[in-house]
Design a binder for this molecule. Structure first.
Ligand code: F6R
Length: 248
């Protein structure tokens, strides 16, 4: 894993936005879609702010961009305050010229008996556009990527997963109280992520330092899902100095 350290989240996010903008323009010139895998949560907020700025101020167009989000709570209505569907519209899609049919976010309202087929179709759509060019990731305190909690198999695909209690606690601030944090989520699998041509994991702040170290320097194990990225041929961690402070 290549590690790139920036003074703070702002600089790191700008560097990632530049990489994405360059790829979008390169694909535009070749008349090809640019397929992005996207994350939510606090980590990518500044990245999206910067991409919106590049659209508004520097003419970066998202007309050829196709996106697939990693995950969504289950069950949840798409317009719920905590929904990742809503998050993506508010932070990115409502502010750029991406065509409406080009973005995909797991649907937290699919009836339970249809989830399996829904998840298979999600994977198929990714394959049909030629696979993910760049996958953006955050990292959970337990090492989860997407909502692939510890123990997620390296061959796992998009599926329904039970959230760890530590994850529910970490995300409780978004909800009125802990009991309202969903117990389930739909997430892309580890293998869905590993198939991306390039992976960029971002982490900001000292609370991520321990898990960044275990992911980069520890054994590659499904007990720390992000450490499985050591097996990816083109994976970069873009982190700030605080998140880097435990690296040796
Ligand atoms: C969200 C996601 C999660 C988060 C992780 C870190 O789409 O895939 O893996 O990236 O839980 O969350 P934050 O960024 O809020 O610290």
């Amino acid at each position: 894993i290549a590690v790139e350290i920036h003074p703070a989240a702002k600089e790191g996010s700008q560097a990632v936005a530049q990489q994405i903008a360059a790829l979008i323009r390169e694909k535009q010139a070749a008349n090809e879609p640019c397929v992005l895998g996207l994350a939510t949560g606090s980590t990518p907020k500044y990245l999206y702010t910067e991409l919106v700025r590049l659209h508004k101020e520097e003419g970066l167009s998202f007309k050829n961009v196709v996106t697939f989000n990693l995950d969504e709570y289950y069950p949840i209505e798409p317009d719920a305050l905590q929904s990742y569907n809503r998050f993506m519209k508010e932070h990115l899609f409502n502010h750029v010229d991406i065509p409406e049919g080009n973005y995909h976010i797991p649907d937290g309202t699919v009836p339970k008996e249809k989830i399996k087929a829904y998840c298979e179709a999600y994977e198929r759509k990714i394959e049909e556009v030629g696979g993910i060019d760049v996958q953006i990731l955050g990292i959970g305190n337990n090492g989860h990527i997407g909502f692939n909690e510890p123990g997620s198999n390296i061959n796992s695909h998009t599926r329904l997963i039970t959230l760890d209690n530590t994850t529910r606690l970490a995300n409780a601030y978004e909800f009125p109280n802990m009991s309202q944090v969903p117990r389930l989520a739909i997430t892309m699998g580890i293998s869905s992520i590993m198939r991306a041509k390039r992976v960029i994991l971002m982490a900001w702040g000292s609370h991520k330092a321990k898990i960044v170290r275990r992911s980069v320097e520890g054994h590659s194990t499904d007990q720390v899902p992000a450490s499985l990225l050591q097996q990816h041929p083109n994976c970069q961690f873009v982190i700030d100095e605080q998140a880097a402070q435990e690296l040796t």
